[in-house]
Design a protein around this ligand. Sequence first.
Ligand code: UD1
Length: 377
Amino acid sequence: MHGDARMQRRVLITGGAGFIGSHVADALIARGDRVRVLDALLPQVHGSDRRRPAYLSADVELVEGDVRDPAAVKRALASIDVVYHFASRVGVGQSMYELADYTSVNNLGTAVLLEALIATPVQRLVVASSMSVYGEGLYRDSRGRLHDRVQRTPDQIAGGRWDPRAEDGSELAPVPTPETKPPLLASLYALSKHDQERMCLMVGAAYKIPTVALRFFNVYGPRQALSNPYTGVLAIFAARLLNGRPPLLFEDGRQQRDFVHVRDAANACLLALDVEEAAGRAFNIASGRAMTIREVAERMAGILERNLAPHVTGQHRVGDIRHCTADLSLARRVLGFAPQVGFDRGMRELAVWLEAQSAVDRFEHMRAELADRGLAV
Ligand code: UD1
């Protein structure tokens, strides 16, 4: 129960027909807020018929339109109190060949939204940023020194030496990455996410629109678009397993990520709206728990009861980082964020959702597209 005297808010979510946005819509509606969504219903996410997704709450007012269209944005902003900006192209690999479209949707789209907000200010703006702005996560060497600008060289990668090394060649161990780590932008997607984050915080500060950026780590859960070949690894693995195929591990499968359930991510979005001190800052949103991709594949196979061991490809996906997991201290302290959904429970839920979908295996499609462009070695 949210029995406080909180005013009902009128909320606009750009990109709110998508994965994270639709869960945020549910959470807002559950506590009595009113939600409008501006979404272009991109075919890559919503299918060629671009229909309103069945999972989108009937209480959501859907405005179909492009965030780059000032008239559509102006219409969507009428009588709105707060805005979530989630409309984005989100494929990391794809961003390295659809350069113009990624820059247009992500950067120009944000600029158009911000111009509209200057004309019609709101009480708060929350923008979806990404762990991809970090590039490699933070590392520590054997003497305890931190390394925050680690990058693997092409030679290392070509030689299958997957773990990054310090400049003197010594070993490094990954440690949780705090928001203070300097950005290291390795894809057009990462560049555009960083731009979105900075643009919103900068314009928000200049025009006194309290703004919060959330750097999502690997978000997973129901409603991940399987038809989208650039969807996250968990959905890809589950789809393969459901099709009787083993998950394919890039590199040696020992790369680490931090998976956070979409309901936890949605909860963080609500906190970003409610917590006054959050304004003007960027927060990691993750589970705070490191996991290797191999472990993810094995656990998913167990949950789906498919006896299919992952297959190590030894291939590197261009632009991939080795390890990045979150230091959640800031989000815990300032937002009061505390992830609730355990990994096994979350994976089971994802599996139930995927089983209900026609589990399309788009992995080969993604790999072929990248290989065609010389982006997978
Ligand atoms: C990337 C972005 C992140 C974005 C996410 C989902 C970076 C650093 N991060 O995360 O911002 O939110 O995509 O779009 O740019 N893998 C396999 N087999 C597969 C698929 C993936 O082994 O079939 C491996 C990848 O090589 C990678 C890991 O799984 O090491 C995670 O991949 P993915 O789910 O695509 O997400 P990230 O690359 O971590």
